[in-house]
Write a new protein. Structure first.
Ligand SMILES: [Zn+2]
Length: 280
């Protein structure tokens, strides 16, 4: 299984997961369909399925166009609001694409129908992968648009946090630098945060993605996975992990609002409700 990381829009990621044996491929959140199809053609693979993490425009909007080109395409997701949805999945459901296995992990909070996808390959020593959409980011977590701190706590600690530690984390946005700047504020003494931030800055200079990370790494620098750490508790003034998470998310929401003005086409999309204001 090979994962192609494709940067799209302002800071989104879509992914193409290729099964090398069968030359079939699965896309995750293919919001720029023509770019995806170009890559599918260049790689000489056949696109059979789409995994959609959630219904937001910048993740799901490509589904309809792909279905027009590929009427047999199966579009999976956990929310009826997902455009082009053909196969609704539920928590724990497993899908099989040749040697690639997918387990659907229901992670409601950013949206009430958010799904993460855990992928592993039969008879392959490679680490598994998890596609976390807007639930878990490198160094951060998604906004609680349609859910509670209790739900996100469950998602992060019980659902994603219990996956094998070597699982590669492929998230929905490139927010790593901003997330780690916030992590620095929360845990100024954490060396892993400093290291990862300078690494992320170097990647940014080279215009390279910071995905994937691993779950093990996330536990080392991501404050949203470090709710029992003394400094994280001190920063929030709370000790109950759910309360720590609630305060962390609130502080992150208010942390350095973007200075750049919003382009008119994005403003229009915001007004039409096609797009949510972005996490920063
Ligand atoms: Zn979203």
């Amino acid at each position: 299984m090979r994962v192609k990381v494709i940067s799209i829009l302002e800071d989104n990621y879509m992914y193409l997961v290729i099964d090398e044996q069968s030359k079939e491929a699965i896309a995750v959140d293919p919001a720029v369909p023509h770019r995806l199809l170009e890559i599918v053609n260049r790689e000489g693979v056949r696109l059979t399925a789409v995994l959609t993490t959630h219904h937001h425009w910048d993740h799901a909007r490509g589904n309809d166009a792909l279905l027009k080109d590929l009427p047999d395409l199966r579009v999976y997701g956990g929310d009826d609001r997902i455009t082009g949805l053909t196969h609704k999945v539920t928590n724990g459901q497993e899908l099989k694409f040749n040697t690639i296995n997918v387990r659907c992990l229901f992670t409601p909070c950013h949206t009430s129908g958010h799904m993460c996808y855990f992928l592993w390959e039969d008879g392959c020593p490679d680490s598994p992968a998890v596609f976390t959409g807007d639930t878990l980011f490198v160094g951060g977590c998604g906004k609680f648009f349609e859910g509670t701190a209790e739900q996100m706590y469950h998602n992060l600690t019980k659902v994603l946090g219990t996956l094998p530690q070597d699982t590669k984390v492929f998230c929905g946005h490139e927010y790593t630098i901003k997330n780690l700047k916030f992590a620095m504020l929360v845990e100024p003494e954490n060396e892993r945060v400093k290291e990862k931030l300078s690494w992320a800055r170097a990647r940014d200079e080279d215009d390279k993605p910071t995905v994937p990370s691993t779950l093990l790494e996330e536990f080392e620098y991501n404050p949203f996975l470090r709710l029992s750490e003394e400094d994280v508790q001190k920063f929030t003034g709370k000790s109950d992990p759910i309360e720590v998470l609630r305060v962390l998310r609130k502080e992150k929401d208010n942390f350095k609002k973007p200075k750049e003005h919003i382009p008119p086409h994005v403003m229009l999309a915001l007004e039409w409700g096609m797009l949510r204001p972005k996490l920063t």
